[in-house]
Design a protein around this ligand. Sequence first.
Ligand code: NAP
Length: 295
Amino acid sequence: MSAQIISGTEIAKKIRQELKQEIAELKEKHNLIPGLTTVLVGEDPASQVYVGAKGKTCDALGVYSERHDLSVDTCEEELLALINKLNKAPRIHGILVQLPLPEHINENRVLYAIDPKKDVDGFHPVNVGKLMIGEPDYLPCTPHGIQELLIRSGVKIEGAEVVVVGRSNIVGKPIANILLQKKEGANATVTICHTRTKDMAFHTRRADILIVAAGRAKAITADMVKEGVVVIDVGVNRIGKTAEGKAILAGDVDFDAVKEKAKAISPVPGGVGPMTITMLMLNTVRAAKLSAGLA
Ligand code: NAP
């Protein structure tokens, strides 16, 4: 069997078209323009690329965007004062603080200062709690992207044995929580594995849907999956450089070998990656609608 390739690039493109249409309608019918601001502290090259990509996507979809780039020696009080100002800014519906922050700043204190209504990353404890009880305003972007990949590829989630490798607060725990909900596009039986799991292959071989967010290249090999599994590979590992000095990326799954057994599999790059920014745009539109009483 050679697997169906779940293309995040294609699915994200489709969702962006839908969003662009919705954004144009919000402007025309309600004079409402969704607004997103990014806050970046320091000059980490990867973070600059991510923030740049978010700004470009806003422009392409008709979302108003602002960018606050602060020097690496910005103190926590200054950053909190900016967040406070942005919490009150009427044109801004979503605030995204690019992580990681420099070590002298307490990341949680900053994330918790964001108004939960503008927390389009879905990291504020209020939004984490709402997700837990099945009443989310915002789903965190990467896990939401994973759920959309599955739904839009026609994968049956209800009743499926889902195994998640990784238990981080930004991927593993929330995707497990989302797919566990008593809702359409969910209703799965979910197992979470991590570095203290006794026999990981025992669990991964039982999976109908395997979601891997470990951050370890080739953590999943062909002998660890069953025939007909659906695999979503979240991992992004820099495994080398091209002659031109560009990073060579690989996921957490031994793609070439596993695709011979899988029914469907997402590649890296071009799988989960493009979905994350797209879901950020979706959350920003939702934030704007919630603020205007339209959602
Ligand atoms: P993280 O915070 O480092 O968490 C990794 C998790 O995987 C931990 O829970 C860890 O277990 C578990 N783990 C690591 N190695 C393992 C192994 N060999 N067997 C079983 N479990 C293992 O990472 P993250 O933030 O969740 O990100 C995971 C990966 O996804 C990274 O490569 C990251 O770059 C990528 N990512 C991609 C996107 C995207 O948009 N494409 C977004 C977010 C993350 P313990 O808890 O026991 O340590």
